[in-house]
Design a protein around this ligand. Structure first.
Ligand code: 9D3
Length: 227
Protein backbone atom coordinates (compact mmCIF):
# COMPACT_ATOMS: atom_id res chain seq x y z
CA UNK A 1 0.00 0.00 0.00
CA UNK A 2 1.14 3.53 -0.77
CA UNK A 3 0.34 6.42 1.59
CA UNK A 4 1.15 10.03 0.74
CA UNK A 5 0.77 12.70 3.41
CA UNK A 6 0.44 16.39 2.58
CA UNK A 7 1.29 18.58 5.55
CA UNK A 8 2.56 22.03 6.51
CA UNK A 9 4.63 20.39 9.27
CA UNK A 10 6.56 17.41 7.83
CA UNK A 11 9.03 17.44 10.75
CA UNK A 12 6.25 16.21 13.08
CA UNK A 13 6.35 12.86 11.32
CA UNK A 14 9.97 12.01 12.13
CA UNK A 15 10.01 9.41 14.87
CA UNK A 16 6.60 7.79 15.32
CA UNK A 17 6.65 6.17 11.88
CA UNK A 18 10.22 4.92 12.23
CA UNK A 19 9.58 2.50 15.08
CA UNK A 20 8.26 -0.95 15.71
CA UNK A 21 5.59 -2.47 13.47
CA UNK A 22 5.44 0.48 11.05
CA UNK A 23 9.20 0.53 10.65
CA UNK A 24 9.15 -3.21 9.91
CA UNK A 25 6.25 -2.86 7.42
CA UNK A 26 8.11 -0.12 5.57
CA UNK A 27 11.34 -2.11 5.47
CA UNK A 28 9.43 -5.15 4.15
CA UNK A 29 7.85 -3.08 1.37
CA UNK A 30 4.28 -3.54 2.67
CA UNK A 31 3.97 0.20 3.23
CA UNK A 32 5.39 2.87 0.93
CA UNK A 33 5.05 6.08 2.92
CA UNK A 34 5.90 9.58 1.67
CA UNK A 35 5.58 12.68 3.85
CA UNK A 36 5.31 15.72 1.61
CA UNK A 37 5.50 19.41 2.41
CA UNK A 38 2.42 21.23 1.05
CA UNK A 39 4.72 24.10 0.19
CA UNK A 40 6.60 21.96 -2.33
CA UNK A 41 3.42 21.43 -4.34
CA UNK A 42 2.43 25.05 -4.85
CA UNK A 43 2.66 26.71 -8.22
CA UNK A 44 3.65 30.31 -7.58
CA UNK A 45 6.99 31.97 -6.95
CA UNK A 46 6.28 32.55 -3.25
CA UNK A 47 5.14 28.96 -2.65
CA UNK A 48 1.82 30.20 -1.25
CA UNK A 49 -0.21 27.48 0.47
CA UNK A 50 -2.99 29.65 1.89
CA UNK A 51 -4.93 32.84 1.22
CA UNK A 52 -7.64 35.09 2.77
CA UNK A 53 -11.28 34.00 2.60
CA UNK A 54 -13.41 35.76 -0.02
CA UNK A 55 -16.08 37.81 1.77
CA UNK A 56 -13.77 38.51 4.67
CA UNK A 57 -13.35 36.87 8.06
CA UNK A 58 -10.50 35.63 10.20
CA UNK A 59 -7.83 33.10 9.30
CA UNK A 60 -6.51 31.77 6.03
CA UNK A 61 -7.62 28.90 3.81
CA UNK A 62 -5.56 26.15 2.21
CA UNK A 63 -5.63 26.64 -1.55
CA UNK A 64 -6.76 23.74 -3.76
CA UNK A 65 -3.76 23.69 -6.13
CA UNK A 66 -1.35 21.70 -3.98
CA UNK A 67 -3.91 18.99 -3.26
CA UNK A 68 -4.86 18.76 -6.94
CA UNK A 69 -1.28 18.14 -7.92
CA UNK A 70 -0.99 14.97 -5.85
CA UNK A 71 -4.60 13.80 -6.06
CA UNK A 72 -4.24 13.37 -9.81
CA UNK A 73 -2.83 9.86 -9.79
CA UNK A 74 -5.87 7.94 -8.56
CA UNK A 75 -5.26 8.09 -4.82
CA UNK A 76 -8.13 7.81 -2.34
CA UNK A 77 -8.03 11.38 -0.98
CA UNK A 78 -8.84 11.93 2.70
CA UNK A 79 -9.05 15.32 4.36
CA UNK A 80 -8.27 15.42 8.06
CA UNK A 81 -10.44 17.91 9.86
CA UNK A 82 -12.55 18.23 13.01
CA UNK A 83 -15.63 18.24 10.74
CA UNK A 84 -14.94 14.77 9.33
CA UNK A 85 -16.74 11.53 10.18
CA UNK A 86 -15.26 9.93 13.26
CA UNK A 87 -12.47 7.43 12.54
CA UNK A 88 -12.87 3.92 13.97
CA UNK A 89 -11.68 0.36 13.41
CA UNK A 90 -14.32 -0.33 10.72
CA UNK A 91 -13.11 2.68 8.71
CA UNK A 92 -9.52 1.49 9.22
CA UNK A 93 -10.47 -1.87 7.67
CA UNK A 94 -12.03 -0.07 4.68
CA UNK A 95 -8.90 2.02 4.18
CA UNK A 96 -6.59 -1.00 4.48
CA UNK A 97 -8.24 -2.31 1.29
CA UNK A 98 -7.17 0.74 -0.75
CA UNK A 99 -4.06 0.69 -2.88
CA UNK A 100 -3.12 4.35 -2.48
CA UNK A 101 -4.16 6.89 0.17
CA UNK A 102 -3.50 10.62 0.16
CA UNK A 103 -3.94 12.12 3.63
CA UNK A 104 -4.30 15.90 3.58
CA UNK A 105 -3.60 17.49 6.96
CA UNK A 106 -5.65 20.52 7.85
CA UNK A 107 -4.61 23.15 10.34
CA UNK A 108 -6.36 25.98 12.13
CA UNK A 109 -6.80 27.31 8.67
CA UNK A 110 -9.69 25.63 6.91
CA UNK A 111 -9.77 24.17 3.41
CA UNK A 112 -11.12 26.05 0.42
CA UNK A 113 -14.52 24.34 -0.05
CA UNK A 114 -13.56 23.24 -3.58
CA UNK A 115 -11.01 20.87 -2.09
CA UNK A 116 -13.96 19.03 -0.51
CA UNK A 117 -16.15 19.33 -3.58
CA UNK A 118 -13.85 18.08 -6.27
CA UNK A 119 -10.72 16.52 -4.77
CA UNK A 120 -11.63 14.74 -1.54
CA UNK A 121 -13.16 11.26 -1.34
CA UNK A 122 -13.60 11.36 2.43
CA UNK A 123 -13.12 13.61 5.45
CA UNK A 124 -12.09 12.15 8.81
CA UNK A 125 -11.73 13.31 12.41
CA UNK A 126 -10.11 11.15 15.09
CA UNK A 127 -12.37 12.33 17.91
CA UNK A 128 -14.11 15.21 19.61
CA UNK A 129 -11.20 17.27 20.92
CA UNK A 130 -9.29 20.13 19.35
CA UNK A 131 -5.75 19.56 18.08
CA UNK A 132 -3.45 22.14 16.52
CA UNK A 133 -3.35 20.42 13.13
CA UNK A 134 -4.03 17.16 11.30
CA UNK A 135 -0.53 15.69 11.70
CA UNK A 136 -1.26 13.50 14.72
CA UNK A 137 -4.56 12.31 13.19
CA UNK A 138 -2.67 11.33 10.03
CA UNK A 139 -0.20 9.33 12.12
CA UNK A 140 -3.04 7.65 14.05
CA UNK A 141 -4.64 6.56 10.78
CA UNK A 142 -1.33 5.36 9.29
CA UNK A 143 -0.63 3.35 12.45
CA UNK A 144 -4.08 1.77 12.58
CA UNK A 145 -4.17 0.91 8.88
CA UNK A 146 -0.60 -0.39 8.67
CA UNK A 147 -1.07 -3.08 11.32
CA UNK A 148 -4.04 -4.38 9.28
CA UNK A 149 -1.97 -4.92 6.12
CA UNK A 150 -1.46 -8.64 5.44
CA UNK A 151 1.93 -9.65 6.81
CA UNK A 152 2.42 -6.54 8.98
CA UNK A 153 1.98 -8.39 12.26
CA UNK A 154 4.14 -11.30 13.34
CA UNK A 155 2.43 -14.63 14.07
CA UNK A 156 2.30 -13.92 17.80
CA UNK A 157 0.92 -10.44 17.36
CA UNK A 158 -1.81 -11.46 14.92
CA UNK A 159 -3.10 -14.57 16.70
CA UNK A 160 -3.32 -12.49 19.87
CA UNK A 161 -5.19 -9.90 17.88
CA UNK A 162 -7.74 -12.36 16.50
CA UNK A 163 -8.93 -13.47 19.90
CA UNK A 164 -9.49 -9.84 20.91
CA UNK A 165 -11.07 -8.49 17.76
CA UNK A 166 -14.63 -9.52 18.56
CA UNK A 167 -15.62 -6.16 20.00
CA UNK A 168 -14.74 -7.04 23.60
CA UNK A 169 -12.21 -5.51 25.95
CA UNK A 170 -9.36 -7.69 27.15
CA UNK A 171 -9.73 -10.02 30.12
CA UNK A 172 -7.52 -9.37 33.18
CA UNK A 173 -4.06 -10.97 32.98
CA UNK A 174 -1.52 -11.92 35.63
CA UNK A 175 2.12 -12.97 35.74
CA UNK A 176 4.38 -14.04 38.59
CA UNK A 177 4.36 -13.82 41.55
CA UNK A 178 1.19 -15.81 42.29
CA UNK A 179 0.67 -13.56 45.30
CA UNK A 180 1.66 -9.86 45.39
CA UNK A 181 1.17 -7.81 48.59
CA UNK A 182 -1.61 -10.17 49.62
CA UNK A 183 -3.38 -10.07 46.22
CA UNK A 184 -3.74 -13.53 44.75
CA UNK A 185 -3.95 -14.57 41.12
CA UNK A 186 -7.41 -16.11 40.44
CA UNK A 187 -7.24 -19.85 41.22
CA UNK A 188 -8.62 -20.94 37.84
CA UNK A 189 -5.55 -19.53 36.03
CA UNK A 190 -3.27 -21.82 38.07
CA UNK A 191 -5.50 -24.87 37.51
CA UNK A 192 -4.09 -25.99 34.16
CA UNK A 193 -7.67 -26.59 32.97
CA UNK A 194 -7.59 -24.87 29.59
CA UNK A 195 -11.30 -25.14 28.85
CA UNK A 196 -12.19 -23.56 32.20
CA UNK A 197 -9.57 -20.86 31.71
CA UNK A 198 -10.98 -19.98 28.28
CA UNK A 199 -14.50 -19.78 29.71
CA UNK A 200 -13.36 -17.60 32.62
CA UNK A 201 -11.53 -15.25 30.27
CA UNK A 202 -14.53 -14.85 27.94
CA UNK A 203 -16.80 -14.13 30.93
CA UNK A 204 -14.32 -11.58 32.30
CA UNK A 205 -14.00 -9.92 28.90
CA UNK A 206 -17.78 -9.55 28.68
CA UNK A 207 -17.97 -8.12 32.22
CA UNK A 208 -15.16 -5.64 31.55
CA UNK A 209 -16.90 -4.51 28.38
CA UNK A 210 -20.30 -4.16 30.04
CA UNK A 211 -18.87 -2.17 32.97
CA UNK A 212 -16.32 0.02 31.21
CA UNK A 213 -17.48 0.40 27.60
CA UNK A 214 -21.23 -0.23 27.33
CA UNK A 215 -21.13 1.82 24.11
CA UNK A 216 -19.09 -0.98 22.47
CA UNK A 217 -21.91 -3.42 23.18
CA UNK A 218 -24.43 -1.18 21.47
CA UNK A 219 -22.09 -0.85 18.46
CA UNK A 220 -21.28 -4.61 18.28
CA UNK A 221 -24.41 -6.41 19.50
CA UNK A 222 -23.01 -9.72 18.23
CA UNK A 223 -20.08 -9.78 20.64
CA UNK A 224 -21.79 -11.93 23.22
CA UNK A 225 -21.57 -9.34 26.01
CA UNK A 226 -25.39 -8.96 26.08
CA UNK A 227 -25.96 -12.44 27.43
C1 9D3 B 1 -13.22 27.22 14.32
C2 9D3 B 1 -13.47 25.88 14.79
N1 9D3 B 1 -12.32 25.00 14.98
C3 9D3 B 1 -12.85 23.63 14.84
C4 9D3 B 1 -13.15 23.01 16.17
C5 9D3 B 1 -11.26 25.26 13.99
C6 9D3 B 1 -10.16 24.26 13.95
C7 9D3 B 1 -9.53 23.82 15.11
C8 9D3 B 1 -8.47 22.90 15.07
C9 9D3 B 1 -9.74 23.74 12.75
C10 9D3 B 1 -8.68 22.84 12.70
C11 9D3 B 1 -8.05 22.43 13.85
C12 9D3 B 1 -6.89 21.47 13.81
N2 9D3 B 1 -7.36 20.10 13.89
C13 9D3 B 1 -7.33 19.28 12.84
O1 9D3 B 1 -6.93 19.66 11.76
C14 9D3 B 1 -7.87 17.93 12.98
C15 9D3 B 1 -8.47 17.26 14.09
C16 9D3 B 1 -8.75 17.68 15.43
O2 9D3 B 1 -8.49 18.82 15.88
N3 9D3 B 1 -9.37 16.79 16.26
C17 9D3 B 1 -9.69 15.52 15.86
N4 9D3 B 1 -9.45 15.09 14.64
C18 9D3 B 1 -8.83 15.97 13.78
S1 9D3 B 1 -8.45 15.59 12.20
C19 9D3 B 1 -7.81 17.08 11.90
Amino acid sequence: MKIDVLTLFPAMFAGPLDESIIKRARAAGLLDLAIRNLRDYTHDRHRTVDDKPFGGGPGMLLKPEAVENLAGDGAHVILLSPAGRKFNQAIARELAGQEHLLLVCGSYEGFDERVRESLADDELSIGDYVLTNGGLPAMVIIDTVTRLLPGALGDDESSLDESFSHGLLEYPQYTRPAEFRGMKVPEVLLSGNHAEIAQWRLEQAKQQTKNRRPDMIIENPGNGAME
